[in-house]
Design a protein around this ligand. Structure first.
Ligand code: SAH
Length: 243
């Protein structure tokens, strides 16, 4: 028989566990994973019948998106929607983050470049699947905030740099994969140069403030690439440092 004290203590423990789950957004994050898994099946033009891979879904399920947005709200963070992060920028909708991650075909020994750090969320997802992630952000307060968030959350394999990502980051490369999260009319040649043979670059290509083609470029030999358009997307513009 439990004493009254034991009973009270076990009720308190259950309540604390529930509160911890609320703070961690456990339920909402699990629901988000199921939403994007189902969405990937219906959107089979982009990924084919395989849908999102288990390891990509697992990385999404382990990355705490609510800690990368200022609201810290579970319902806002885990809806399959983009979220504003200030300075006119947005963190992409979770499905697009997962889609770009999968299209980049990131493996555990890979070095990955991201251009457009924003909140740091996409970098965190990539960091769960790669050996090292280097990410560049052009807006100083965003670069600073993302670097702090990633450090506080112990993403020790991510380096954040402030600057224009058009020129890539040669000292960190060459790269097995490159993910660009801002839209530009053409693919910056320095990024192709810094991509290893066999590597993939994923980027929204097209004009600003309208839809773009999410494009996958594969480097098949030095100086030789193949390009395919995968889906229509809407990204914030890729800006240049002299703008
Ligand atoms: N990947 C981010 C979302 C990116 S929004 C996330 O997970 O939160 C696109 C970002 O690209 C914005 O933060 C914008 O400031 C940045 N950006 C735009 N042009 C850039 C450039 N030339 N170099 C680096 N970052 C750039």
């Amino acid at each position: 028989m439990k004493t009254l004290l034991q009973l009270v203590l076990s009720i308190v423990a259950v309540a604390q566990e529930a509160t911890a789950q609320d703070v961690e957004c456990v339920r909402e994050r699990a629901a988000m994973v199921e939403t994007i898994r189902a969405y990937a099946w219906s959107d089979n033009g982009a990924l084919g019948q395989q849908g999102l891979l288990e390891r990509v879904l697992e990385a999404m399920g382990r990355t705490k998106r609510h800690l990368f947005i200022s609201e810290r709200s579970c319902s806002i963070a885990y809806a399959d929607r983009p979220v504003p992060i200030g300075f006119g920028q947005t963190i992409s909708q979770p499905y697009i983050v997962a889609l770009m991650t999968q299209l980049a075909e990131v493996a555990p020994d890979h070095v990955v470049l991201e251009v457009g750090t924003g909140s740091g969320y996409q970098a965190a997802v990539l960091a769960r699947l790669a050996r090292k992630v280097c990410t560049i952000e052009i807006v100083p307060p965003l670069a600073e905030a993302a670097a702090k968030t990633l450090k506080d959350l112990a993403y020790d394999n991510v380096s954040v740099r402030l600057g224009d990502g058009y020129g890539g980051w040669p000292e960190c490369g060459p790269f097995d994969a490159i993910v660009v999260t801002a839209a530009l009319g053409q693919i910056p040649p320095p990024l192709i140069e810094q991509l290893k043979v066999g590597g993939r670059l994923v980027m929204p290509v097209g004009p600003a403030y309208t839809s773009q083609q999410l494009t996958v470029v594969e480097k098949i030999a030095p100086g030789k690439t193949t390009t395919r358009a995968v889906a229509l997307v809407r990204f914030v513009p890729f800006t240049r440092s002299q703008d």
